[in-house]
Design a protein around this ligand. Sequence first.
Ligand SMILES: [Zn+2]
Length: 257
Amino acid sequence: MKKMLSYLCFLLVFLPNFALFPSNVVYAKSDAKMVIIIDDFGSWDQSGVETMLSIDAPLTCAVMPCVDNTEKNVEDIKKANKEVILHMPMEAFVRLPLNWYGEFFIGNYDSKDAVFQKLDRALESVKGATGFNIHIGSGVCQNREVVGYIYDYAKAHSLTFVDSRTHINTVCEQVAAEKGLPYFGRDEFLEPEGNKSYEGVKSHLLNAAKIAKEKGVSIAIGHVGSHGGENTARAIKDTIGEIRKMGVEIVPLSSLK
Ligand SMILES: [Zn+2]
């Protein structure tokens, strides 16, 4: 009984300080965080761009370097108060039409100098990027050496690199661990295998929110332009409320640092 009473006293004295009335916090913030990255900004196909930028959430917008609308979209994104990252083209493990990559890309067998020069050039056109992820890249992400150069560059420039996981055999997680760097990998594509239906995007978003609840953090990737566009933007706009109700906070990529 005595023990019980002293436990109750402890609760009454300490709980209000730590749990019931935490200092400086009006509403308790959720522990579950979700990053929504939108790829393919900058491209000639601008479908979904306007709707995407009107969404009231801190989306992370990945812009392709040195293409038709790179500079314009970087400005639009900043005006909309959203985060800019670089959507860096990298080579596939199969031969693809060159124009799918944009102006240039990191090749499967590039040297360290070549990787550094290409990232320098890309970041000059995507001003203010806080990090970068992968456009295509199913070959590069399997090459330990090239992935190593990419992490070296990210570290040297304090940029967050996201492994878009465009191939199941990606080695990025292993290489990051070997270098003692944090690993950020895509958990969910919003339009996998070209399925860009409104309902499909919604269900992948909610799945990413569930992963955030389980793991603490999740990263979802969707698209503007031909791989997503208006459907993806509308589905995100309509699902944000539900995600927040689940207790998941949408955060920009840089907040994971
Ligand atoms: Zn892309």
